[in-house]
Design a protein around this ligand. Structure first.
Ligand code: ADP
Ligand code: ADP
Ligand code: MG
Length: 659
């Protein structure tokens, strides 16, 4: 066994590998670029070696620097994680020639599977069912059209060297091929330095199901069942689960056997994944093999109890697999959500920046469920533009799919991030959808369910109750502090303009909100909130919840999962007056200048008391390396300035308020 391993990667996967090395008593070395000097991986590893500037080509992709780092530290083996050099056979060979072990498959297997055209040929020979199509290079648009018409539309134009969802395009007709062929070719050339293109049948409304395989250097290969990764945007996975709700035992076995047959045919000797595209009728076709650890490996670990990183290290060290196929079984159900720095309300655009707040849910086992959060960041860290904008991978396990999804919903409630756009509300919305819960998945899921994009969800009855109770509780605490003489029992709660009369009273360690119209009452207990805290946790009539809360110019903005409301708590008299006010258009934000994106305040160009005219510059915010001038939308007098140069602001954070 190795005594020291170098990890040629960064972020959550570097941290993930360090954890297993610690368990095995193996010392760790990480390499890091300038952008990662203060990262969690660097802090956790036993040693860290600086390898250059932030762009990956000059650091994480520079094989010579990584080999040099091994030699300087005496690392005997390299774990490449995923991405970067993980599927680079030249790198694996270079290590070998220096006497360093590559923790991954042998270079021959990487080469055979690394290329989509070659791997399809190989798979067909090994008896694996492949997507109907043309297994060979295509030279020009005319050739592409001829092939597409032989296969029959729709077809998929793919880069042979593609990965990470890049270099893929669907064509529904001749015109799409004419336009798509050169576009995919250009993208392939730019992203992978290889412009070989092929075409295959596009399977409509497909599902993505993949088989985890594991081999050793003694000819043994097993599979660790399947994962379903159909919830994708831009051909990239966002939610994965294991097992798949599509498969029955017979299909699972057939897929598993084909995956093992392919792995054996190629002499596979590490962890790898055979990806299939499956029809709703459970037909399935080979897509590609990823010759590395997969992003979504935690769900497999949770249902099998196998540590895949440990097994990769052991087989790289020449050990035999400690189990046979018959020893493996599926226990329970696991779901993974990829938490991305991207703005679901703005077409999932990357939204990098600083994690001003980062407060993940507690990990571990409780009430028969397990929560696991694979992260490589801490509060205050930056999600940089140089690398993948993933913040963490949140996984939950339970004995049934339904319970695992419920646990994920709860864990997402407890995930609090500020400072950049993130997809937590979006993920929560999916967990609450009947279609997702019933397992009717497809890679079109996001397009089907959110045709106009994601704009949050309308609150359910329970969520409206949460918002009313939380609003009353926060209002009561703040009134008691600021104006105790105004304490009273009768209030009117206004949620997104909808008003209800309530009677609010305190018990011992509880707050009761009784609705005057229907006589229902809500009891809030186990409250965890104080003024200034951005989350409000508690139990509502015994049901646990966490809401994200923030004060607005008037009242509060309260979000529970994907539903958000502006909540006001008013005296009956001011509610009456309020009702007479003309309905406000863009809520209260007409009196504020909000930051349109997360970013850094470069300058704030107005001061309290200043008269400002519509169109005048109010502030400059830097985001994604661009300076954006924020202008006043109306004439007015500045009442308050809430930010200053150097602050990190979230999207919609109030920069300036007008009188
Ligand atoms: P998974 O199937 O595990 O989701 P992806 O294909 O999405 O894998 O890729 C996993 C990671 O590897 C991502 O960070 C992706 O950006 C990166 N990646 C995958 N293929 C390539 C490639 N050919 N070149 C560079 N990065 C890649
Ligand atoms: P990458 O290397 O980028 O992961 P894949 O070949 O695995 O590329 O394809 C990525 C995704 O695109 C798949 O998960 C699947 O959703 C979709 N896809 C790929 N090929 C097809 C196909 N022939 N028909 C339908 N969908 C496909
Ligand atoms: Mg793939």
């Amino acid at each position: 066994m190795f005594s020291k391993i170098l990890i040629a990667n960064r972020g959550e996967i570097a941290v993930r590998i360090i954890k297993t090395c610690r368990k095995l008593g193996i010392a760790t070395v990480v390499v890091y670029s300038e952008a990662d000097a203060d990262s969690m991986a660097v802090e956790m590893a036993d040693e860290a070696v600086f390898i250059g500037p932030p762009p990956a080509a000059q650091s994480y992709l520079d094989a010579a620097k990584i080999i040099d780092a091994c030699q300087r530290t005496g690392a005997q083996a390299v774990h490449p994680g995923f991405g970067f050099l993980s599927e680079n056979a030249t790198f694996a060979r270079a290590l070998e020639s220096e006497g360093i072990v590559f923790i991954g498959p042998n270079p021959h297997a990487i080469e055979a599977m690394g290329d989509k055209i070659e791997s399809k040929k190989f798979a067909a020979k090994a008896g694996v069912s492949t997507v109907p199509g043309h297994v060979g290079e295509i030279d020009d648009p005319a050739h592409a059209i001829k092939i597409a018409e032989e296969i029959g539309y729709p077809v998929m134009i793919k880069a042979s060297a593609g990965g990470g969802g890049k270099g893929i395009r669907v064509a529904w007709n001749r015109k799409d091929v004419e336009e798509g062929f050169p576009a995919v070719r250009a993208e392939a050339k730019a992203s992978f330095g290889d412009d070989r293109i092929f075409i295959e049948k596009f399977i409509e409304s497909p599902r993505h199901v993949e088989i985890q395989v594991l081999g050793d250097k003694h000819g043994n290969v097993v599979h660790l069942f399947e994962r379903e990764c159909s919830i994708q945007r831009r051909n990239q996975k966002v939610i994965e689960e294991a097992p798949s709700p599509l498969l029955d035992e017979a299909t699972r076995n057939a897929m598993g056997e084909q995956a093992v047959a392919l792995a054996k045919a190629v002499g596979y000797d590490s962890a790898g994944t055979v990806e299939f595209v499956a029809g709703q009728d459970k037909s399935f076709f080979f897509l590609e093999m990823n010759t590395r650890l997969q992003v979504e490996h935690p769900v497999t670990e949770m249902i099998t109890g196998v540590d895949l990183v440990e097994q990769m290290i052991r087989s790289a060290a020449g050990q035999k697999l400690p189990f046979a196929q018959k020893d493996l079984k599926i226990t329970g159900w696991a779901v993974e959500s990829r938490i991305y720095a991207e703005d679901p309300y703005r077409g999932f655009l990357p939204s990098i920046g600083r994690l001003v707040r980062y407060d993940p849910p507690a990990e571990g086992e409780a009430h028969g469920t397990i929560v696991r959060n694979d992260a490589g960041v801490r509060e205050g860290d930056e999600i940089s533009m140089f690398y993948d904008p993933m913040i963490s991978k949140l996984s939950t396990w339970a004995t049934t799919r339904e319970a695992a999804i419920d646990a994920m919903g709860r864990a997402l409630e407890d995930f609090h991030i500020e400072g950049l756009g993130h997809n937590v509300p979006f993920l929560a919305a999916v967990m609450d959808q009947d279609r997702f819960r019933s397992g009717k998945l497809s890679t079109n899921y996001i397009k089907d369910e959110f045709p106009e994009g994601f704009h949050g969800t309308a609150p359910t009855g329970f969520q409206r109750d949460v918002m009313a109770a939380v609003g009353c509780a926060m209002h009561r605490v703040m009134t008691r502090r600021a104006a105790p003489h105004l304490m009273r029992e009768d209030w009117v709660v206004v949620e997104n303009g909808d008003r209800r009369q309530v009677r609010v009273s305190n018990g011992d360690d509880s707050l009761t909100v009784a609705f005057q119209d229907d006589g229902r009452s809500l009891t809030l207990t186990d409250v965890d909130w104080r003024p200034g805290k951005p989350t409000f946790a508690g139990k509502l009539n015994g049901e646990v919840f966490t809401a994200a809360v923030r004060p607005a110019a008037e009242g509060f903005v309260i979000r529970h999962r994907a539903a958000q409301a502006h909540v006001l708590v008013l005296t009956p008299r001011s509610a009456e007056l309020h009702e007479k006010l003309p309905p406000k258009k863009a809520a209260d934000t007409s009196k504020m200048v909000l930051s349109p994106m997360p970013g850094l305040v470069v300058s704030l160009d107005v001061t309290a008391g200043q008269e400002v005219r519509a169109g005048e510059a109010v502030a400059v915010i830097e985001a994604m390396k661009m300076q954006n001038i924020i202008r006043a939308e109306r004439d007015g007098t500045v009442k308050a300035v809430n930010a200053k140069a150097g602050d990190s602001v979230a999207a919609d954070e109030v920069l300036v308020e007008f009188a």
